[in-house]
Ligand binder design. Structure first.
Ligand SMILES: Cc1cc2nc3c(=O)[nH]c(=O)nc-3n(C[C@H](O)[C@H](O)[C@H](O)COP(=O)(O)OP(=O)(O)OC[C@H]3O[C@@H](n4cnc5c(N)ncnc54)[C@H](O)[C@@H]3O)c2cc1C
Length: 325
């Protein structure tokens, strides 16, 4: 077994940026993800006709300088574009840029993963630490080794994995603080339309009441060649209809979106998200146990959303590097 400098579990935006920064600093890094492709909650689905639909995260913002540098680089590479600047719900009349991936949100993780060593379809099921080295084992029995371990999965999944190691990885106060971070569940219905939607420019609506919180027109967004909508349910609706058949929850979500459909529905699919946004994120940008060579990053740390997860991954890389000196 080849021992890496750093094993990163999770190829969402936090894990990928952490890995990219570590690799740029000369570390040998291996990223492991259970998904068929990188991206986690930044996901784009194809399949109903020629539609292309962002079904997880919809757009992101940029405030931090280091995340801003990555976004500039990706804009120059044609991977990121500004979707809109002024939204109807903005208080500030000038608005501020909301970015998305060119051709879909997953263009961004794909771009980052291209430069990295990534093992896909590898669900890690157990962790061990043997003589100062972390061993991660997948469901298929593959074993990977690294001197440092970065976990970038949603916190409950990181927690469950760490508990397989039998190690006391955090003190009681920290564990209690981490336990307070909870995630909302989500439901998405992806809709193929026979003609243009009635969603106004710039192609999205934020809703405050009822079953839906968000409607996006993926054609106006410039990612789908055919008319296609993303409908996101409220956390209350998602909880209530988590186990409902698609024919029930999908129809209810379509009924809630009726006035913005604009055309006949050709087909639809529903998708469950076990984790959308963390409530009460941990106050630090990462969790670090230097003695164990263990770092936790992700949106549970840097603040909810892509920007927070990105900032956490970047901050996590810096602390790992500092600990390796
Ligand atoms: C429906 C929805 C809408 C959203 N809308 C927005 C939005 O508009 N704007 C915004 O900024 N944010 C939005 N978010 C939140 C945003 O997507 C997340 O904050 C961000 O993508 C989190 O990135 P991450 O790297 O922390 O985690 P993730 O993207 O969840 O990545 C974690 C990775 O870990 C992998 N993994 C988990 N367990 C294992 C295991 N055992 N072995 C191997 N791999 C494993 C997963 O496959 C995944 O790829 C939305 C999220 C959802 C679900």
């Amino acid at each position: 077994m080849d021992t890496q400098d750093v094993l990163v579990i999770g190829a969402g935006i936090s894990g990928l940026l952490c890995a990219a920064e570590l690799q740029a600093a000369g570390q040998r890094v291996l990223v492991l993800d259970k998904g068929r492709g990188p991206g986690g909650r930044m996901s784009t689905r194809r399949g109903m006709g020629a539609t292309r639909i962002d079904h997880g995260a919809q757009f992101f913002t940029v405030r931090g300088a280091r995340w801003g540098k990555w976004v500039e680089r990706m804009r120059a590479a044609g991977v990121v574009k500004e979707w809109f600047r002024r939204a109807p719900w903005d208080n500030n009349p000038a608005g501020y840029p909301r970015y998305c991936g060119v051709g879909g949100m997953n263009a961004i993780p794909k771009y980052l993963a291209d430069e990295l060593k990534l093992v896909r379809s590898s669900r890690i099921v157990s962790l061990q630490r043997v003589e100062g080295v972390w061993i991660a084992e997948s469901a298929e029995g593959e074993r990977y080794a690294g001197r440092e371990l970065v976990l970038s999965t949603p916190l409950p999944q990181a927690w469950a994995l760490l508990d397989t190691s039998g190690l006391q990885w955090a003190d009681d106060a920290t564990r209690a603080a981490l336990e307070r971070v909870r995630y909302e569940k989500g439901l998405a219905t992806l809709v193929q339309l026979k003609g243009a939607s009635a969603v106004p420019a710039p192609g999205c609506l934020k809703l405050e009441t009822g079953a839906l919180v968000w409607i996006a027109d993926n054609q106006q967004k410039g990612i789908s060649p055919e008319p296609a909508l993303t409908l996101h349910a409220s956390a209350v609706f998602a909880e209530e209809h988590w186990d409902s058949p698609d024919a029930v929850r999908g129809e209810l979500m379509l009924a809630a979106a009726e006035r913005w459909l604009g055309s006949e529905v050709a087909a639809y699919q529903c998708h469950r998200w076990g984790f959308t946004l963390p409530l009460d994120p941990f106050e630090e940008d990462y969790f670090r146990n230097r003695g164990l060579g263990l770092t936790l990053v992700g949106d549970a740390f840097g603040g909810p959303r892509i920007e927070g997860a990105a900032g956490s991954g970047i901050a996590g890389a810096a602390v790992v590097l500092a600990g390796m000196k």
